[in-house]
Design a protein around this ligand. Structure first.
Ligand SMILES: [Zn+2]
Length: 360
């Protein structure tokens, strides 16, 4: 670019508050200046989970300045959940010294029509179906808003700030209340034609006829995932297969993945078997994905990864045993590095990409 073009571009970016002079360069009589991304640039990243909301405020380089996570049931519907997220965002923004963000990014646990900024027939959050989430938030914050499903934003976060920062082809698999997969190909998030690429939770698994929230039976997510694990644990407790799970059921009145994790740590054989069975099923689906996609890394995230080594070991053993050697000789399968921050960082990145690219 010519000097004149650079000067004009810097004027434009300065007017947009995206860059600022951070002082003279002390060069040739003060005619030059050092320019940086403006210190007042803020992005908000919101990660809505099935049972929690996390909000982060970042600077222009997507460094997290403040982060807050709170329990919240997504089934309450969009208005109470978005009100809570908005309130938290404003509080964190004020704490960071700036009241208006340049963009707000959002991840939700269901299929998202990325172009329209709405969730479409989301099984675990039915009240959100086609609710205008993006437009509502854009009106409230008066800035661009971008929304995608939770797994895609986690993949973006992991690529920016986690273990996937050095690879261009990887799968981010989230195992939480549901199961999904973010697909990054040639460095770019791959969404598919309608935004539902990687929706692996509803791939059919063999020898399973459990009904799924999507209306079909035998889905991966219906056989393993937070809800399925709780249900299987209840059965193990009631049948007497696991005295420890029965004891935990009597004490807590319910069984969730957390109690199964406790039982696994205590060496309970029935609980360990439940986790191995689940790991095997996820591993079998991932084996198909490895043959199809040839990733150079698989990253695992989501609440159920707290079950730890036993789950990871079972998945690895299935994938390594069943895939062709060429596809797995350089294929690490590892836990997420960015962890719970992956969602909020990825959500902030989602909208920052849009803001920084926006032709105005
Ligand atoms: Zn299903």
């Amino acid at each position: 670019m010519s000097r004149t073009a650079i000067a004009a571009e810097l004027d434009r970016l300065t007017a947009l508050r995206l860059v600022e002079e951070i002082g003279p360069a002390g060069f040739r009589g003060g005619r030059s200046a050092t320019i940086d991304i403006s210190g007042s640039v803020r992005f908000v990243g919101i990660a809505i989970g099935a049972t929690s909301v996390s909000v982060a405020v970042t600077d222009g380089r997507l460094q997290v300045l403040a982060l807050h996570r709170t329990e919240c049931d997504v089934r309450q519907g969009p208005e109470p959940v978005l009100d809570l997220a908005t309130k938290l965002s404003r509080k964190l923004l004020l704490g960071s010294g700036v009241d208006k963000p340049l963009g707000v990014g959002l991840g939700v646990p269901g299929p998202v029509d990325f172009g329209r900024g709405i969730a479409v027939s989301p099984p675990i959050m039915p009240k959100w179906d086609r609710y205008p989430v993006r437009d509502r938030l854009a009106g409230q914050f008066d800035c661009p808003v971008a929304m995608d499903n939770d797994v895609n934003v986690m993949a973006l976060g992991e690529q920016l700030a986690g273990v996937a920062s050095t690879v261009d082809n990887f799968l981010f698999v989230k195992i939480g209340t549901g199961i999904g997969c973010g697909v990054v190909a040639n460095g770019q998030l791959y969404r598919g034609m309608d935004g539902c690429a990687g929706d692996i939770g509803h791939i059919r698994v063999p020898e399973c006829d459990v009904p799924c929230l999507c209306g079909n039976t035998g889905c991966l997510e219906a056989s393993f995932g937070g809800a399925a694990l709780g249900r299987e644990a209840l059965a193990a407790a009631r049948s007497g297969r696991s005295p420890l799970l029965r004891e935990l059921l009597e004490r807590n009145g319910t069984l969730t993945a957390a109690e199964v994790g406790q039982a696994v740590s205590a060496g309970d054989a029935a609980a360990m078997q439940l986790v191995r069975d689940g790991g095997r099923r996820v591993g079998e689906v991932l084996t198909g994905l490895v043959s199809f996609f040839n990733p150079s890394l698989i990253v695992l995230g989501g609440g159920l990864t707290k079950l730890g080594h036993i789950l990871l070991a079972e998945m690895r053993s299935v994938i390594y045993r069943r895939s062709l050697p060429l596809a797995t000789r350089n294929l690490p399968i590892t836990m997420s590095d960015a962890g719970q921050r992956a969602g909020v960082i990825g959500a902030a990145r989602l909208v920052s990409d849009q803001v920084y690219r926006l032709p105005r």
